[in-house]
Design a protein around this ligand. Structure first.
Ligand code: SAM
Length: 426
C-alpha cells in the first residue's frame, strides 16, 4: 500500500472507532480485525503500520482534540490523524513536501490552505498551554474522580504501549522450559519479579503461530492480572466461583492453581464469552471448570445464587469496570467513558460484590478485582462493602488492598482486595 493509502485507511478506521466509542459499539481491536478481514490485500507490514498509527493517535486523542478545538477544528478521524502527523509528514500535509500522503484517489483527505494553517497552529501549540488533564491524556471530567497530582505518573505511563505478558500454564509446562522454548524461537521472555507464572516479552512480538500458544502452554495475560489471581491463592480440592468469568483469563489461572482438582464454576452473563472460555479451557487442558450463563437479574439468577449460597471456599469477583488501567491496550476507552456510565458501573460493582459475598462460606475468601485506577471503583467499594458486611475483613489490613500500576510494575493498572469471611463460630 502507498503512504497515501495507509493514511486513508488509518483515517477510515479512526472514524469507525470514534463512532463505536460514541455509540457503545465494539472495542477498537475488534474493529481493526474486522477492517483487515475485509481487506485481505493489506499485507502484514501495512496492517502493522496502520494499526500503530491508529492506536498512537488514539493514545493522544485527548490532547489532540484540545489542540484542534483551540484552532476551531472539530475532532474527527481525519483531523486527529492529520494533527498527529510528525514533522516530516507535516511538510507533506502542508503541501511543502511531495504530497505523497494525499496522492491519487486519496486527495480528498488533503487539507486546503486555511485548514493546513490551522493544523500547523494546533501542532505548534506548546504543551504547557494545554490543560493539566489533556497533558496526561485524561478526559477533563475524570479530574473529579482522581487526585490528578498523585495519579500523574500512572496516567503518564498509561499513554505508552503495553508489553506482552504471558502466563505459563503450569498444567502443561514450567516457566523455565517455556523460556527456553521461546529463546529457541528467537524470543526473549523475562520472568516478572514477584510472580510465579508471568513472563514479559518487551517489545511485544506476535506469538499466535507459536506452538507454545497453540498447545496451551502459555496464555496472554497481563502480569498484574496474574498477581490478582495469585492473591486469591486457589488450592486443589477447593470449591471456587469465578462470578464474572468472561472469556476465562482468570478462570484458566485459577484452574491451574487448583491443579484441576475441586470444583470451579465460571459464571457470566455473556454466553458467547463463556463459549470462548470453554474453547480456551480445552486447549489449556483445564478440566475442572464448568461454565454457567446467568441473566443479569431475575429468577434463574436468584435460583442459582441461592443454590450455591455459602458454598464457596473462594469467590472471585473480577467485576466490569471503567478499564482505566488498560488504556495502553484500549486507548479508545478514554473516549467511551462518561460520568453516567461510571456511576452505573459503580452500582453494578456494589451489587456483584454483595452477590459474591453471599456465595462465600464461613471462613472462606472473596477477591474483588478491577482493572481500574479510580478509587471510586476500588478502595471506596471495599470500604462501603465492609460497612455493609462486618462479617468480612481485609485479609491483610496492614497492607490493605493491592493497586498495581504500569509505572511501578510494568503491567496494567490493576486493583485487588482479598477479603475473608469470619468463621461460623467467631
Ligand atoms: C472484567 S470482565 C471479566 C474478565 C475475566 N474475568 C477475565 O479474566 O478474562 C467482567 C465480566 O463481567 C461480566 N458481567 C457483567 N455483569 C455481570 C453479572 N451481573 N453477572 C456475571 N457477570 C457479569 C461481563 O460479561 C464481563 O465478561
Amino acid at each position: 500500500m502507498t503512504p497515501a493509502a495507509r493514511l486513508a485507511a488509518a483515517i477510515d478506521l479512526l472514524d469507525v472507532i470514534l463512532s463505536a466509542a460514541r455509540d457503545n459499539g465494539p472495542p477498537a481491536d475488534r474493529l481493526v480485525n474486522d477492517y483487515f478481514r475485509a481487506r485481505r490485500y493489506a499485507g502484514s507490514k501495512d496492517r502493522r503500520a496502520i494499526q500503530d498509527q491508529v492506536f498512537d493517535t488514539l493514545r493522544h486523542a485527548v490532547s489532540l482534540s484540545e489542540r484542534l478545538a483551540a484552532v476551531g477544528l472539530a475532532a474527527t478521524g481525519r483531523t486527529l490523524a492529520l494533527c498527529a502527523l510528525d514533522d516530516a509528514e507535516t511538510a507533506d500535509a502542508e503541501g511543502s513536501g511531495n504530497a505523497a500522503l494525499f496522492a491519487g484517489p486519496h486527495a480528498t483527505h488533503a487539507p486546503d490552505a486555511a485548514e493546513a494553517a490551522a493544523l500547523a497552529a494546533a501542532r505548534a501549540l506548546p504543551a504547557d498551554r494545554l490543560s493539566a488533564t489533556a497533558r496526561l491524556e485524561c478526559p477533563a471530567w475524570l479530574a473529579d474522580h482522581l487526585d490528578l497530582d498523585a495519579a500523574a505518573p500512572v496516567l503518564a505511563a498509561l499513554v505508552g504501549r503495553a508489553p506482552l505478558d504471558l502466563r505459563v500454564n503450569t498444567l502443561k509446562a514450567e516457566p523455565e522450559a517455556v523460556r527456553a522454548a521461546l529463546a529457541e524461537q528467537g524470543v526473549t521472555a523475562v520472568p516478572v519479579a514477584g510472580t510465579a507464572t508471568a513472563l514479559r516479552v518487551d517489545p511485544p512480538v506476535s506469538l499466535h503461530q507459536s506452538p507454545l500458544m497453540r498447545d496451551g502452554a502459555v496464555e496472554v495475560q497481563d502480569a498484574n492480572a496474574q498477581r490478582a489471581c495469585a492473591l486469591a491463592a486457589a488450592a486443589p480440592g477447593e470449591t471456587v466461583i469465578d462470578l464474572c468469568a468472561g472469556a476465562g483469563g482468570k478462570t484458566l489461572a485459577l484452574a491451574a492453581a487448583m491443579a484441576n482438582e475441586g470444583r470451579l464454576w465460571a459464571v457470566d452473563i455473556a454466553p458467547q464469552r463463556l463459549k470462548t472460555l470453554a474453547r480456551r479451557a480445552a486447549i489449556a487442558g483445564v478440566t475442572v471448570a464448568e461454565t454457567v450463563a446467568l441473566p443479569a437479574t431475575g429468577k434463574p439468577r436468584l435460583r442459582w445464587l441461592g443454590a450455591h449460597a455459602e458454598t464457596a471456599d473462594l469467590v472471585l469477583a473480577d467485576v466490569p469496570c471503567s478499564g482505566t488501567g488498560t488504556w495502553r491496550r484500549s486507548p479508545e476507552l478514554r473516549l467511551r467513558l462518561d460520568a453516567e456510565w461510571l456511576d452505573e458501573l459503580r452500582q453494578r460493582q456494589a451489587r456483584l460484590l454483595d452477590e459474591a459475598a453471599a456465595l462465600v462460606k464461613p471462613g472462606g475468601r472473596l477477591v474483588y478485582a478491577t482493572c481500574s485506577i479510580l478509587a471510586g471503583e476500588n478502595d471506596a467499594q471495599i470500604a462501603a462493602f465492609l460497612d455493609r458486611r462486618p462479617d468480612f475483613a481485609l485479609a491483610d489490613p496492614a497492607g490493605g488492598p493491592h493497586a498495581w500500576t504500569p509505572d511501578a510494575d510494568g503491567g496494567d493498572g490493576f486493583f485487588a482486595a482479598l477479603l475473608v469471611r469470619c468463621p461460623a463460630d467467631a
